[in-house]
Design a protein around this ligand. Sequence first.
Ligand code: SF4
Ligand code: SF4
Length: 292
Amino acid sequence: MKKFKKTYIEITNVCNLNCEFCPSSERNPEFMKIELFEKILSEIKNYSDQIYFHVKGEPCMHPLLGTFLDMAYAYGYKVNITTNGTLIESSKELMLNKPALRQVNFSLHSFDANLKTTTKEKYLDDILIFAKEASKNTNIISSLRLWNLSEDNNINLSEETNKYILRQIEDTFNLDYKIKEKLGIARGITLAPNIYLNQSSLFNWPDINESDGNVCGFCYGLRDQVAILVDGSVVPCCLDGEGIINLGNIQHSHFDEIIENKRSNALYDGFSNRNVVEPLCQKCDYRRKFNK
Ligand code: SF4
Ligand code: SF4
């Protein structure tokens, strides 16, 4: 039986930002209904312990976020949320008081990728206040993500990428070193108990219209992760933001059937034999990191 380390549930595909690196979507904007969320929780129970509220969209915009966290707790799931952080001030009390919540990933790189509606000081302050309160009063992990680096570290150093954010983080946590000095050695840094800085290079969403493709390789899609989009479509990974590898819809079929159907097994068995079956996977950059 398949078992997933990560099951992504896209509780909404609506976002209050418009990051320049986020491909525009053809899908209808939606907020997941409570009935569909409950069906998902009940059907994935044998496959997952941890769920992730994200594929596209900003989960803090969902009006039932608190209810969903309570339902996840009742089913015994741990929940991880990835957020751009812009709404954390208003979501803070709710989130800090939900025992299902395991980790909050803040995509700090999203701020610079948008027209500014607030100041960077306020944006960052709100996130750091949350992280410090979570560290002091709960077991919630806060991961501050800067996934906008260049592969070439010399470029990051010469362009002083993320200069303001890094300086604020150094001051807030009284670091006795400059984060950029560690960049070449450690991209993951512990800032305080349960607060981490995670730096990485910008990744490209797979694009079905790309001309280049490779039919030989491996990926963990549908092996250690699976994703369910807001309309109930099941896809093999959190990178299929358009639902191109649509394995079936959990609104109409049971999750058991979907992940064992012909298309799912072809994808899974293909990767077992280093054959990349799906055209989107053939064009996916992310997969290439498993093939080095
Ligand atoms: S990358 Fe995330 S924060 Fe940015 S527009 Fe897309 S969904 Fe929103
Ligand atoms: S190759 Fe890319 S698109 Fe295909 S399952 Fe893996 S991460 Fe997803």
